[in-house]
Design a protein around this ligand. Structure first.
Ligand code: HEM
Length: 356
């Protein structure tokens, strides 16, 4: 667990413990059962609402970053150049890391200066940063990370979750575990839904991007480029397959269906595996099958099979990226309306209790 995650977790546990202790203490000393109408109940409601506002700042931060990074959005060629420069800088930084590993008591300042010189030389200071961490025993370590504007989004997300969870507990205590008022209960149900889907989001952010980075690096192409290439390969294939014999088309249909995952996003993707394995038995199978194809079509058959191999290779790289995009969209389409409902019902609830 990273230090940021440890801090957010500790703050959540402490906040929850303090809220419960306050609740127990006030309930004991009060003649009436706990409710949102009592002084402590109102205080907990106010704190819960503030925690909800705190958690909501994250969505502002996400939008702010999207706007701020618009100026650094670049076309595919420029992005490729940037990636090449980043790769060179990372190679040099990793060499520096290795030197530091052999000599962990090296001068901290000199290491930072060298890391910055490398980043500047490759013109990647805007996207990558290096920092030196002091470990126990006076040893130092060079950490290389991707630069994120306004602090790491992941840290923001952890605090977003922490405040959301705290808000859930505070509002539960605010209500004194009573759920008679329909609007207030709906606000609470939406809040619980927002927090639950928030944790699903954390799981997605945690598990998918590291796997994706590996796949993208292996593919060395952006998803847009892969998608274009896939469309070209499919067009070429359908051209070759026109006016062919039955035996050609039978094999063709069978082989083109592998890996058997439709590239059009669908809810089925939620239950499907996150990656596609290549069909390793295909080369041997095709070597035997080619004899069954009429001799006049064998040349085209070989060409089609080469294209099918290419199609499979592209799909293996593209599918995890498309699936991740889609999962995020599905997840957001639950998380965002729930938070809309939560704010709307909370507002009606607050206004109504203030008036009546
Ligand atoms: C400053 C903000 C808030 C104030 C002043 C406030 C005030 C109150 C009051 C006066 C009650 C008692 C109602 C009654 O006895 O009929 C109450 C109950 C309740 N509130 Fe709030 N509230 C606030 C925020 C929230 C929020 C943000 C939520 C949910 C997300 C919420 C959920 C509830 C629930 C579930 C109850 C229990 C309903 C019941 O007793 O049947 N409150 N609140």
């Amino acid at each position: 667990m990273t230090r940021g995650a440890q801090r957010a977790l500790a703050a959540t546990v402490l906040g929850i413990a303090a809220a419960i202790a306050y609740f127990v203490w006030t309930v004991r000393s009060m003649p009436t059962p706990p409710s949102g109408r009592t002084g402590p109940g109102l205080a907990l409601g106010l704190l819960g609402t503030l925690a909800m506002f705190g958690a909501a700042i994250y969505s502002w931060r996400r939008r702010f970053v999207a706007r701020a990074s618009r100026s650094i959005e670049v076309d595919a060629n420029q992005r490729r150049e940037l990636l090449a420069r980043e790769r060179k800088a990372l190679d040099e930084l990793q060499a520096l890391q290795r030197t530091l590993m052999r000599n962990p008591r090296a001068d901290r300042k000199a290491i930072i200066n060298e890391a910055q010189r490398i980043l500047r030389a490759h013109k990647v200071s805007r996207t990558i940063r290096g920092r030196v961490e002091q470990a126990s025993g006076g040893t130092v370590r060079l950490v290389i990370e991707r630069r994120e504007w306004g602090g790491r989004l992941r840290t923001w997300y952890l605090w977003h979750l922490s405040l959301g969870t705290l808000a859930l507990v505070l509002i539960l205590l605010h209500a004194g575990f009573r759920f008679g008022n329909v609007i207030a209960t709906l606000a609470f149900v939406c809040l619980a839904g927002v927090v639950a889907t928030g944790f699903v989001g954390l799981y997605l952010y945690w598990t998918v991007p590291p796997r994706l980075t590996i796949i993208e690096e292996r593919a060395e192409r952006t998803p847009e480029e892969l998608r274009e290439e896939l469309a070209e390969v499919i067009a070429e294939l359908s051209e070759i397959a026109t006016n062919k014999s039955k035996s050609f088309l039978d094999v063709y249909q069978q082989e083109i269906a592998i890996p058997g995952i439709d590239m059009t996003p669908s809810l089925g993707w939620l239950t499907q595996s996150a990656t596609i394995d290549r069909d390793t038995s295909r080369p041997d199978r095709l070597r035997l099958i080619v004899k069954e194809i009429p001799p006049a079509e064998q040349e085209d058959f070989r060409k089609a099979m080469r294209l099918i191999f290419r199609k499979e290779k592209i799909e293996v790289s593209l599918y995890p990226q498309l699936r991740y995009d889609y999962l995020l969209k599905v997840w957001l389409s639950a998380h965002i309306p729930l938070s809309g409902g939560m704010w709307a019902f909370s507002l009606i609830h607050i206004v109504s209790v203030l008036y009546y």
